[in-house]
Design a protein around this ligand. Structure first.
Ligand code: FES
Ligand SMILES: [Fe+2]
Length: 338
C-alpha cells in the first residue's frame, strides 16, 4: 500500500520572531529540559547556569544535598545571581547587581542595606523556582509548575536506559556551537536519516544499511547497525523538544538544541564518558561527533538562508524516511495551535 505524504510546516514559521516568542512560552517554558549532570553539582554551592530560549536558569546543590533549580533572576531589579557556566557560589547566591543574598534553597536571606520599609517582607521575594527531577544522574528542569508528570515524559528513555548503562558515565566534557539557523531547522535535520548517505560519508561508512525510526512519544529512537570499529553504538534518541541522545561505544553525548533567538541556535553538548574510558576512545567519539556536526551545521545554515529568502513555501515529507520530522511538525502545530 502506498502511503500519503505529509506537508511540511510553512517557511514563515522558521523565520518569524513572533513565532519564536510563542514557542518560548508554549514549548520551552512548558517542557522538561535536560539541564545538568550531577557530577557538575558535587557539593553544596556547586551550580550550573545557562540560558535556554532566552530564559536564564540555574541549578544549585543545597546544604541538604538536594539539587534545586531557579530562574537566574534577582527579585529586586532582575540582576543575575551567577554567570553562565559551572562554578561554586559557597553558601549563598549573591546578586551581582546590588548584592541581595539568597540561601541555596532560594529564600531571600538579606536585602543588603535596603532601608526600613513597612510593606516589604523578604519572605515574599525568594527566587522563582523551577521543577527539578533526576534521572540516572541527569538533572531535568521545567519552568511550568503544572507541567506534565516527569515519569511519563522520561518513560520511553527509561525503557532503553539499561542498554545505555548511563551510571558508568561520570566524566563530563562540555562544548558549544552557535548556528545561524532556527532551532527547528536543526532539530528536523536530527530527526531523519534520509540525508546520511548524501551528507555524512564518514558516518554512513560506519553504519550498516538498516536505519530504523521508532516513535514513542515524546521520544524518537533511531537504530542502525554499527560496523566493526565504529565510534558510534548505533542508537540515537531524541526527546521533545530539544534533546538528542547520542550513544557511543564508551560514552554518551547529550546534545541540547537550544534556541538563542529566532535565527540562532546553540548546540550545547554534554559529553559523558566512563571514569576508566581511555583518552583515545574519548578523542575518537568527540572527533566523530565534530565531523558530523560540522556537516549538519553547513547544510542547516544553507537551508535557513533559503527558508528566509521567500521562494520556498512548503514541501513534502518522505513517508519512508521522515516520519520523525512529520511527528515533530505535528507537535509544533499543536503547541502553536495552527
Ligand atoms: S538586582 Fe539583585 S540586588 Fe538589585
Ligand atoms: Fe546529520
Amino acid at each position: 500500500m502506498t502511503q500519503r505524504t505529509a506537508e511540511t510546516l510553512s517557511a514563515a514559521l522558521y523565520r518569524d520572531p513572533a513565532v519564536y516568542e510563542e514557542e518560548r512560552k508554549l514549548v520551552f517554558a512548558k517542557s522538561w529540559i535536560l539541564f545538568a549532570h550531577e557530577s557538575q553539582l558535587s557539593k553544596p554551592g556547586a551550580y550550573v547556569a545557562s540560558r535556554m530560549a532566552g530564559f536564564a536558569l540555574l541549578a544549585v546543590k543545597g546544604e541538604d544535598g538536594a539539587v534545586r533549580a531557579f530562574h537566574n533572576v534577582c527579585r529586586h531589579r532582575a540582576g543575575p545571581l551567577v554567570d553562565d557556566g559551572a562554578g561554586d557560589c559557597g553558601n549563598a547566591l549573591l546578586c551581582r547587581y546590588h548584592g541581595w543574598r539568597y540561601a541555596l534553597d532560594g529564600r531571600l536571606a538579606s536585602a543588603r542595606d535596603f532601608g526600613p520599609a513597612s510593606d516589604f517582607d523578604p519572605r515574599d521575594f525568594g527566587l522563582i523556582p523551577l521543577q527539578c527531577a533526576m534521572w540516572h544522574g541527569f538533572v531535568f528542569v521545567n519552568m511550568d509548575r503544572n507541567a506534565s508528570d516527569f515519569e511519563q515524559t522520561i518513560a520511553p528513555l527509561e525503557k532503553k536506559a539499561s542498554a545505555m548503562a548511563l551510571e558508568r558515565f561520570t566524566r563530563v566534557r562540555h562544548s558549544e556551537h552557535l548556528l545561524k539557523c532556527n532551532w527547528k531547522t536543526y532539530v528536523e535535520n536530527y530527526l531523519e536519516g534520509y540525508h546520511i548517505p548524501v551528507l555524512h560519508p564518514a558516518l554512513n561508512a560506519s553504519l550498516g544499511s538498516t536505519y530504523g525510526v521508532e516513535i514513542d512519544p515524546p521520544v524518537q529512537f533511531y537504530h542502525a547497525t554499527p560496523r566493526e570499529g565504529s565510534a558510534v553504538a548505533g542508537l540515537w534518541a531524541w526527546q521533545w523538544p530539544c534533546l538528542g541522545v547520542n550513544v557511543y561505544a564508551d560514552g554518551v553525548l547529550m546534545e541540547r538544541m537550544w534556541p538563542v533567538d529566532h535565527g540562532h541556535t546553540k548546540l550545547d553538548y554534554l559529553f559523558l564518558f566512563a571514569e576508566d574510558a581511555d583518552e583515545a576512545s574519548i578523542r575518537r567519539a568527540v572527533a566523530a561527533s565534530e565531523v558530523t556536526t560540522a556537516e549538519d551545521i553547513l547544510i542547516c545554515e544553507a537551508v535557513q538562508q533559503n527558508l528566509n529568502a521567500g521562494v520556498y513555501e512548503k514541501g513534502r515529507l518522505s513517508p519512508k524516511h521522515e516520519a520523525g520530522v512529520a511527528w515533530f511538525q505535528t507537535q509544533i502545530r499543536r503547541a502553536l495551535d495552527r
